[in-house]
Design a protein around this ligand. Structure first.
Ligand code: XMP
Length: 429
């Protein structure tokens, strides 16, 4: 790692990620570390040019106000302390304190503005080569942003020493499995094992209506399929993972309780005994996307909207049937196409279709129909904890309705979900 670094010590601020991002936005690399870092860990951090002690409302832990040890102050680089007592927020970009940050980072610390995607990629390639040597790495490649970027980076670093496993469980969006094969096998010449597990998943899910049960089956079966494939391969010692910085931050720090546990490996059997390769674990999501773009991944993959692990399985409501699943997939493809045509791709946070397990009466070409409705949902959010509904132009809703009712088999109505979160969740199941 050749890049200069500013270390942010977590002294109970809720603004640590934002501060690190602001420093990176100046072009200087920054990492967040716990206040009780050991001297040897601090010494091992490369090119530290300055230290920020970032205090805040969670500074008192178990009745004691936490602080860094004296060796942090004596480390030999400039140290500055911020304290946002009572939950005060960092000012918005461009405000006086932001100026304080840039004065400190660029002026006092004289940190070089050499944090950029290309340097990051070069560093990671070197680090991956050093970690892996001539050994082999396995990666579960879903086609989502994080796993795709890890794959592209690992291919660049170690080529055919990487084996990617793509499990098609039948619950992906239209064109996604094909795109994974095309990008990684055809264009990037990767070792890609494509597993057609559609029947296996749909058979397991047959008749299961409870959403949590469906999730458990999809998650559990995914691990079993992946494990079976891993056991077929010889001499794999590493598992690549698309862990990103928010996964680590959200797993909790010394001062903030876990928002959710970091569960990327989620129950892989211990006897598989892999060492992890996690080259994106210090990147925020937008940096992951920039990295994917620089590595040559297509925009459709890099700027994908969030997609839940159980995929269309929780959008085909109740017990999944193949015909309704196809209806969700086709309707979703139309919605995405029309949003893209209208310039909404990348502007609306998440949009998708849902097909419930009831029918209603309609009429087509003078003939009575008894078919399913398709529900459209389009929402915006910052953290997915709350969400507002996108104000989709009425003419666009009409166009999508006309296309879905004309083109999707078994559908005779289209509804638009106007419910914010709360009271609705983003997904229907
Ligand atoms: P909800 O429905 O809880 O969704 O408001 C919030 C965000 O989480 C996604 N989501 C999931 N993601 N596995 C996932 O990986 C899941 O089981 C799951 N359920 C919901 C949802 O798409 C939205 O972005």
């Amino acid at each position: 790692m050749k890049q200069d670094m500013i270390v942010v010590f977590d002294l109970g601020s809720e603004e640590n990620p934002r501060l690190a991002r602001e420093i990176r936005a100046l072009g200087v690399y920054s990492e967040i570390h716990p206040h009780d870092i050991k001297p040897e860990e601090l010494k091992a951090l490369p090119n530290v040019k300055g230290i920020i002690l970032n205090g805040g409302p969670n500074r008192v832990v178990d009745g004691v106000e936490i602080d860094v040890a004296q060796y942090v102050y004596d480390f030999g680089v400039p140290v500055i302390a911020f304290d946002h007592k009572g939950g005060a927020q960092l000012p918005k970009e461009g405000e006086a304190r932001t100026k304080m940050i840039s004065d400190f980072v660029l002026g006092t610390c004289k940190a070089q503005t050499n944090w950029n995607v290309q340097n990051f990629i070069d560093d990671q390639i070197e680090l991956i080569k050093k970690q892996v040597g001539d050994r082999k790495v396995l990666l579960a490649l879903s086609g989502g942003v994080d796993s795709s970027v890890v794959a592209a980076l690992l291919i660049k670093a170690i080529g055919k020493q990487l084996t990617c496993v793509h499990v098609n469980h039948g619950l992906l969006r239209k064109g996604e499995p094909e795109q994974v094969v095309d990008v990684f096998r055809n264009q990037m010449d990767a070792n890609l094992v494509y597993v057609d597990a559609v029947d296996r998943f749909l058979d397991k899910l047959a008749g299961v209506a409870d959403p949590e049960q469906k999730r458990k089956i999809i998650g559990g079966e995914f691990i079993r399929v992946f494990e079976e494939e891993a056991r077929k391969l010889d001499g794999i010692e590493f598992l690549g993972q698309g862990t990103i910085y928010p996964d680590i931050i959200e797993s909790g720090t010394k001062t903030v309780k876990a928002v959710k546990s970091h569960h990327n490996v989620g129950g892989l059997p211990e006897d598989l005994d892999f060492e992890l390769v996690e080259p994106l674990k210090m990147l925020f999501k937008d940096e992951v996307r920039a990295c994917g773009k620089a590595l040559g991944l297509p925009d459709g993959m890099v700027y994908r909207q969030p997609f839940p692990g159980p995929g269309l399985g929780v959008r085909c409501l109740g017990a999944i049937t193949r015909d309704r699943l196809e209806a969700v997939r086709e309707a979703d493809a139309i919605l995405r196409e029309e949003f893209a045509n209208a310039g909404l791709e990348g502007k609306v946070w998440q949009y998708f279709t849902v097909v419930p397990d009831f029918k209603s009466v309609g009429v087509k070409d003078g003939v009575r129909t008894f078919d399913w409705p398709v529900i459209l949902r389009a929402v915006n959010t910052i953290d997915a904890m709350t969400a507002t509904v996108e104000d989709v132009p009425f003419a666009l809703l009409q166009k999508i309705t006309a296309r879905i009712t004309a083109e999707v088999r078994g559908v005779n109505r289209v509804l638009y979900d106007l419910t914010p979160k709360p009271s609705g969740t983003i997904e229907w199941e």
